[in-house]
Design a protein around this ligand. Structure first.
Ligand SMILES: [Fe+2]
Length: 593
């Protein structure tokens, strides 16, 4: 029987991503940045037409100054021939190649957002039978949070910066929603206007701290060093429930909800007293306190919304998506301070992961098919064959600075790499398909010894060149996670930051953050056999069931994708040893070989 193929694309300020859904299973997904090697790469610069679409009426210069996007006010990209746009073809062909299909096989393209018409035209010309669907942003987020979750029913929290202007709200945008999912139905319970955007608030504080768009994670890292001085001052203005505030005054046409569930402080006004931090400036206590304040305000609102959802839905399960869902510190607070027993946070919670929600929206909700996909792993990139890895290795065989060893068995690979980690070497690891989301989860990772207190500085000074206040993360064998962390459920996507248990932080100082938390990834053998066996080999040597894991890239570059990318990154940095498929590549100078 012919298989059902859905292609899903999302174009947002955070990137351009795509996924293939075959018979209800998400088989592949990636983002353009991994192919072009340009972080957060998008199809076109922001144009005049985009500003109009978004209802942004101020002088374009304001946006150019505020947003770290590429702008081009001269050209009208809404009329270009997308067939000739190379970046579009790159992502489309990547997906068709990995799925081994052609456009003739595709039943539906689901797409959002910007320049819908030129994309629709392209696909219709290639295959008139293709259905073309443009879903709502926040409903797609709700689908992304719930439909791939392991739960039959769940409360759903979507929290992000902003969506897309909609007809039904009179052109206003949402910044979040609360809903309840059961089976293949999702009922929206509440929606939030952009005015109370948690993502928007976080972005404003992030900018004040001198970071760029998409660098909210840095603010989250800095928050651990702050005091509550600023938070105490502004949290008085944070209000919850039954406020005398009519949504219909915010939405031009109104959504029919009378009261706001929360009202944020007037942070815009408050922040005016501070200058944006300059690059060369040191981080002051005020900067750290600002980071602390926005982190705590975000946590307070998310915990409140979670409790509201718990009361309204009666479900024991909570699903989260939207860019704010990448805030692993807030997610853990939600889990520990609400009554939910289980939590699922989409591994690519932000807009790039919308492609998953969109595809499942079509398959499960529009086409009424039962849910058959559970997002147990995030390794949705292309799997490179042995021949492809051999070919990549072959390109570097004449490089005198490295030695290349092909392991006769996988245990040799694991034992050798585990020993290198335990001996203090900086290692990298490239296996299987790449992670779709922003976290390296053991297929494109730089790995090091979590026991060494100086490892954070070593990694920063030799390879990563990140700000010293940002923590590194542990990948821990799932069955031993609760010995070290205040966590009694799995955290497969590194989206929960539990406290490190008393007495354990000293054992693994390189992954314990200043506030005594760690951004934990729990690893099970059924999800990632090679990564599990590697950590197991390290445990055998040291007694410690975890490794330090950071993404396989250098600052401001996307995570490596192809075996060749992995080798080039290894050669161009001060990484000592690389485990790639069955090969081990060593820098001769580091190993005296
Ligand atoms: Fe979003």
């Amino acid at each position: 029987m012919k298989k059902n193929h859905i292609l899903s694309f999302t174009l947002s300020g955070h990137g351009f991503s795509g996924a293939v859904c075959t018979d209800g299973i998400i088989t592949y997904a990636t983002s353009l940045e991994r192919i072009t090697r340009i972080k957060n790469d998008i199809l076109f610069p922001i144009s005049k037409a985009d500003l109009e679409t978004f209802g942004w009426k101020a002088d374009p210069k304001t946006y150019m100054e505020q947003l770290d996007f590429e702008f081009d006010m001269q050209k009208d990209y809404s009329t270009v021939d997308i067939a000739k746009v190379e970046k579009f073809q790159l992502l489309l062909n990547y997906l068709l190649d990995v799925a081994e299909i052609t456009l003739e096989d595709v039943d539906c393209v689901v797409y959002s957002y910007r320049h819908n018409e030129i994309v629709r035209k392209f696909f219709k010309e290639k295959n008139p039978n293709i259905k073309f669907i443009v879903p709502e942003h926040h409903f797609s987020h709700a689908c992304q949070a719930f439909l791939p979750s392991p739960f039959d029913d769940a409360a759903i929290m979507v929290v992000d910066g902003q969506g897309v202007p909609m007809v039904r709200t009179g052109g206003d945008q949402l910044s979040g929603s609360l809903s309840y999912g059961k089976g293949i139905e999702i009922e929206t319970l509440w929606e939030f206007p952009v005015r109370y955007s948690l993502g928007g608030m976080y972005a404003e504080f992030t900018k004040k701290l001198g970071f760029k768009t998409n660098q909210e994670g840095k603010t989250m890292g800095l928050a651990a060093y702050g005091t509550s001085a600023i938070y105490d001052e502004i949290k008085k203005e944070l209000k919850f429930e039954e406020l005398d505030f009519d949504f219909r005054k915010v939405f031009k046409k109104g959504l029919g909800f009378h009261n706001a569930l929360y009202k944020l402080p007037d942070y815009g006004n408050y922040l005016k007293q501070f200058e944006n931090k300059k690059k060369e400036e040191e981080y002051t206590q005020t900067h750290k306190d600002l980071a602390y304040a926005v982190q705590k305000l975000t946590e307070d609102v998310m915990v409140y919304l979670a409790n509201w959802l718990y009361e309204k839905t009666g479900s024991k399960n909570l699903c989260i998506s939207g860019g704010v869902g990448l805030n692993c510190v807030a997610n853990y607070q939600v889990l520990s301070r609400s009554k939910f027993d289980n939590i699922f946070i989409h591994p690519n919670a932000g807009d790039n992961g919308l492609v998953v929600g969109q595809a499942l929206y079509v398959y499960n909700i529009l086409n009424k098919n039962p849910r058959v996909y559970v997002d147990t792993h995030d390794y949705l990139g292309k799997q490179y064959s042995e021949t492809e890895v051999d070919a990549a290795i072959d390109k570097f065989k004449d490089n005198d600075s490295i030695s290349i060893q092909k392991c006769e068995s996988l245990p040799v690979l694991y034992d050798t790499m585990a020993k290198a980690i335990a001996d203090g070497y900086i290692t990298s690891w490239c296996q299987g398909g790449s992670e779709f989301g922003p976290r390296a989860l053991g297929n494109r990772s730089i790995l090091a010894d979590p026991r060494r207190a100086d490892m954070k500085d070593i990694l920063n000074s030799r390879v990563k060149f990140r700000e010293s206040f940002r923590p590194f993360t542990p990948s821990v064998l799932a069955e031993r996670s609760s010995e070290f962390f205040e966590l009694d459920i799995e955290s497969p996507f590194m989206l929960l930051a539990p406290y490190v248990k008393p007495g354990k932080g000293e054992l693994v100082p390189a992954i314990t953050h200043a506030d005594n938390t760690a951004r934990v990834q729990t690893v099970t053998r059924d999800v990632n056999e090679r990564y599990y066996d590697l950590i197991k080999a390290f445990e055998k040597l040291t007694g410690i069931p975890m490794v330090l894991d950071t993404s396989y890239n250098v600052a401001d570059e996307p995570i490596v994708e192809t075996p060749e990318d992995a080798i080039r990154c290894f050669l161009s940095t001060d990484i000592d040893i690389l485990g790639i498929d069955r090969y081990i590549l060593r820098k001769k100078a580091k190993f005296n070989v």
